[in-house]
Design a protein around this ligand. Structure first.
Ligand code: NAP
Length: 234
């Protein structure tokens, strides 16, 4: 097996996902749903010296996800690191009393079902890796403990619960997949499109914890939620 470490980052054409791809130091698949945005980001990463390749990937689309797995399989035969980064906010603040079934469905389809769809499609490839790692981009606003004790910037009837749902799934994957380290990453409050660039930190700063979890040593944790300072309560 080659020494090369193969990663795939979903939603890597901008924001935190782009910086994760830039900072992993691996051969990295740049997952993006829009071909132009994906190709441009890949070219920019390559110009910066990253061994990047474009992977057309819409996490809400079965065929797209199957094709992405086929592309990685044909090129490398395996996957070492999967970073489930793609997500949508669906509006913020977003009172539960005015949340709509359509709005909730759209966010859950991307932020939760999208992660399951991509992960399950990539599992056969991850199972061929000597040190497989899965990182799911979560958020402090997903923490029921922090939501109950702190002001995290208003109410969120859709986005926060979608990430809480994702946390629950992260724990279950970690329990099932004993050969794979599966963890959640909280990037902090980062200035990206997701929040109208209101965040405090840069995307590169936000990317740090996901990069660290993607490179965990064999005695590292699994089934946890972390930010750059350490464990985050559920
Ligand atoms: P962003 O700049 O809006 O980037 C989101 C990425 O996801 C974009 O590349 C977007 O692609 C992609 N995406 C959305 N729907 C997709 C789909 N159906 N298929 C494939 N890709 C899709 O947001 P970000 O702030 O970097 O967020 C990255 C991750 O960090 C998310 O999981 C987010 O929830 C999490 N997070 C962010 C913050 C923060 O403060 N920013 C805080 C906590 C957690 P397009 O360009 O095509 O739309």
């Amino acid at each position: 097996m080659s020494e090369q470490t193969i990663a795939l980052v979903t939603g890597a054409n901008k924001g935190i996902g782009y910086e994760i791809a830039a900072g992993l130091g691996m051969t990295v698949g740049v997952g993006a749903r829009d071909p132009r945005r994906g190709e441009e980001a890949t070219a920019k990463l390559q110009a910066a010296g990253v061994d990047a390749f474009f992977v057309p990937l819409d996490v809400t689309d079965d065929e797209s996800v199957v094709a992405a797995a086929r592309l990685v399989e044909e090129r490398f035969g395996r996957l070492d690191v999967l970073v489930n980064n793609a997500a949508i906010a669906g509006g913020w603040p977003d009172a539960p009393s005015t949340a709509t079934p359509e709005g909730i469905r759209a966010v859950v389809e991307t932020n939760v079902i999208g992660v399951v769809r991509v992960t399950n499609a990539m599992l056969p490839l991850l199972n061929r890796s000597p040190r497989p790692r899965i990182v799911n981009l979560s958020s402090h606003v997903a923490s029921l403990t922090l939501q109950s004790t702190q002001d995290l910037g208003g109410v969120s009837g859709t986005y926060s619960p979608s990430k809480t749902f994702l946390n629950a799934i992260t724990v279950q994957y970690a329990k099932e997949l004993e050969n794979i380290k599966v963890n959640g990453a909280c990037p902090g409050y980062v200035a990206t499109d997701l929040n109208g660039f209101q965040g405090r930190d840069t995307p590169a700063e936000g990317a740090r914890i996901a990069i660290r979890l993607a490179k965990l040593p064999d005695d590292g944790p699994t089934g946890g939620l972390f930010d750059h300072a350490g464990p985050v309560p559920w």
